[in-house]
Write a protein that binds this ligand. Structure first.
Ligand SMILES: [Zn+2]
Length: 328
């Protein structure tokens, strides 16, 4: 079909519907043709810099569930009121999947692999978003995982069971590997139905199986490479780490799953229901949030609204999330 741009159509319309350009075309085609020139949906990547390090948030899409799961100790009426005032539904909280590509010197490092198909139909966009910036999975040199929950490791396995990032080393926290992969974890602490827990546990082992022989296990707190350090943030899982990216006086803190959504876990002090050790997680959350607030650090939350960038403000009663302005 010949393309007809808006100008051509307007000229044709000005010449009258019986003009040569539009003769024989059904009414309404002008609108349809204009619409096809627009890309479907919005960008799922977002670029910024930390000193000399180029960073790109690459969305893997979204997951979600009942708000109660993500705010385990919230009084019911208060939770409903907080969601209402944030214009959020009270039966479903959407969580983003903000993986981050770092270009550190010659190396392309992906922080978190994303969920893929392990947590519902709206994950798995990472590869499209890599393509949108001109890359494929084979361009990734290193994948570093904060903890081994399925929404952070799902994309490591292709649909046919192969390694998705064929050239990449994969690094995961040692204590998580021992608990979730080597062990048979008791996940009864998670406030979800038993079938969900079984699928969750199976998806961890399944996603990690293709890289099990080559995985490099790290201790939370270790430096991964110059410019990328891990901070112990255990509690949510036995080995969870937060990430600190630093270069030329700039810093970025990635909070992993210390908080799921700023509205319930930063602006309010409620604890994520799936924290395995709630008290240890709360201590890690305070320690890392206090540092972020004191140093006025740029913060990126894996599950916060895309692209997940902002700052944490200390308030009289706790913390407040302040989203960063969009950089064009
Ligand atoms: Zn997560």
């Amino acid at each position: 079909m010949p393309t007809i741009n808006r100008r051509t159509i307007m000229l044709g319309a000005a010449a009258g519907a019986s003009g040569a350009l539009l003769s024989g075309l059904p009414s309404g085609l002008a609108t349809a043709q204009t619409a096809t020139t627009m890309p479907a949906g919005n960008a799922g990547f977002y670029r910024f810099r930390i000193g000399d390090i180029a960073a790109t948030v690459l969305s893997d899409g979204v997951i979600g569930g009942p708000p109660r799961v993500y705010a385990g100790d919230a009084p019911e009426a208060e939770l409903e009121e907080v969601l209402r005032r944030a214009f959020l539904p009270n039966d479903h909280l959407t969580l983003n999947l903000n993986t981050v590509l770092l270009e550190i010197g010659e190396r392309r490092v992906l922080l978190e692999a994303g969920a893929g198909a392990t947590m519902g139909p709206n994950g798995g966009r990472l590869f499209d978003n890599l393509r949108a910036i001109g890359l494929t999975a084979d361009d990734i040199d290193l994948v570093v995982i904060s903890h081994t929950h399925p929404d952070h490791v799902g994309n490591l396995r292709t649909a046919d069971g192969e390694r998705a990032f064929r050239r990449a080393n994969v690094m995961a926290p040692r204590a998580d590997w021992a608990f979730f992969v080597d062990g048979e974890p008791d996940l009864s602490y998670m406030p979800v139905p038993p079938e969900f827990r079984q699928r969750f546990a199976a998806n961890i082992k399944r996603s990690l199986e293709p890289i099990a022989r080559e995985v490099e296990l790290y201790e939370a707190g270790a430096e991964i490479l110059p410019g990328l350090t891990t901070l112990s943030a255990a509690g949510h899982t036995p080995g969870m780490a937060a990430f600190l990216v630093h270069s030329a006086g700039d810093q970025l803190l990635l909070t992993a799953d210390l908080a799921y959504h700023p509205v319930v876990n930063i602006d309010r002090p409620w604890r994520p229901g799936p924290d395995r050790d709630g008290e240890t997680a709360a201590v890690a959350r305070r320690r890392i949030f206090d540092r972020a607030a004191a140093d006025r650090m740029l913060v990126l939350g894996f599950h916060y609204p895309f692209p997940g960038l902002g700052r944490i403000l200390r308030t009289d009663t706790g913390y407040a999330w302040v989203p960063a302005g969009w950089q064009f």
